[in-house]
Design a protein around this ligand. Structure first.
Ligand SMILES: Nc1ncnc2c1ncn2[C@@H]1O[C@H](COP(=O)(O)OP(=O)(O)OP(=O)(O)O)[C@@H](O)[C@H]1O
Length: 305
């Protein structure tokens, strides 16, 4: 069955979107959201099955988050750092209102629990983004716009929004390239990531969660993505992301940093103050080094400076 799509070639329709129009769509957040989380504890049950007697299975409890607290204000970007398995994705999922199971503590959005209107204002970019390999960048974003934007907008207006996202995320050069996949060469890893961010951007979320938005990218591309996110935060959005080992350039772009070690929060506060904090309690590197390398060593229990 053929579905009638609005033409995505806005230029041929003389409808190329102006910079002002892009800015008017995406410059400002629709609303401001203060995200507060207090004493979050998350436990899971692990079934231990006996090999010989399968019926003798026991269940153990494992604590994944052990009392994590923090606040992120509109206009701020929070980076969650920590070794692999320290609980970053679990915490991000909990804050994004997507974690089922035994979560205790309190998460509020402007002082209230997660609600449907807040859900509509929230974007979530997962680590393993699923995109159709045969569609072009523009087609992907127009499809998403048609599906996710309200019916009060016409098809053409939705296509204009998709075009605005392409401009905002610097995807103009590759907008007619196919996404591609493992068997089909398409856009680069960084461009692909920006398309995933773009899919969430379409709804102009006030609250944006991203799981490892820079993983597998070179430091320049990673910088470009984080700079775009920084611009989005500047428009009054609240942005939370997990990140593995940002370069020092990237590290200082984050307004706040949360360091996790095996579910324990070791630091929550301004990124610019983290080194002074650790040095005030006796942990200071002997040589100048990338703060995230230092923090990860600390979170891994390695201190030999
Ligand atoms: N539903 C689950 N069942 C079993 N174990 C789980 C579950 N959810 C999380 N875990 C465990 O909790 C720990 C934290 O996982 P999480 O994915 O949050 O870590 P992470 O810091 O994001 O790691 P990475 O950087 O490798 O992505 C891991 O040891 C993981 O195996």
């Amino acid at each position: 069955m053929e579905t009638e799509l609005p033409s995505t070639d806005l230029e041929s329709q003389n409808k190329s979107i102006s910079k002002d129009e892009v800015q008017s769509i995406f410059k400002k957040a629709n609303r401001h959201v203060t995200l507060k989380f207090e004493d979050l504890v998350y436990k899971i049950k692990i079934q231990k099955k006996g090999y010989i007697n399968v019926k003798s299975s026991k269940s153990d409890e494992r604590m994944i988050l052990k009392g994590v607290t923090g606040t992120v204000y509109p206009g701020e970007m929070l980076a969650m750092l920590g070794p692999s398995g320290s609980g970053k994705t679990t915490l991000l999922t909990a804050l994004g209102g997507r974690l089922g199971g035994k979560l205790s503590g309190n998460i509020t959005y402007n002082g209230k629990p997660f609600s449907n209107p807040m859900k509509r204002n929230t974007g979530f970019v997962t680590q393993d983004d699923v995109l159709y390999p045969h569609l072009t960048v523009t087609e992907t974003l127009v499809f998403t716009a048609l599906l996710r934007l309200p019916n009060t907008l016409t098809k053409e207006e939705k296509a204009m929004h998709a075009e605005a996202v392409i401009t905002q995320l610097g995807l103009t050069k590759c907008k007619n390239n196919i996404i591609g996949g493992s068997l089909l060469r398409g856009v680069s890893g960084g461009e692909r990531k920006r398309v995933s961010v773009g899919q969430e951007m379409l709804i102009n979320p006030s609250l944006l969660f991203l799981d490892e938005p820079t993983s597998g990218l070179d430091s320049t591309t990673a910088q470009r993505i984080v700079s775009t996110l920084w611009e989005l935060a500047k428009g009054g959005r609240t942005i939370v992301m997990t990140i593995h080992q940002p370069s020092s350039r990237l590290f200082y772009m984050f307004h706040k940093v949360l360091l996790l070690s095996d579910g324990n929060p070791l630091y929550f506060g301004k990124g610019s103050e983290v080194m002074d904090y650790f040095s005030s309690i006796g942990y200071a590197p002997m040589v100048a080094m990338n703060p995230s390398d230092f923090l990860l060593d600390l979170a891994n229990g390695m201190f030999f400076y």
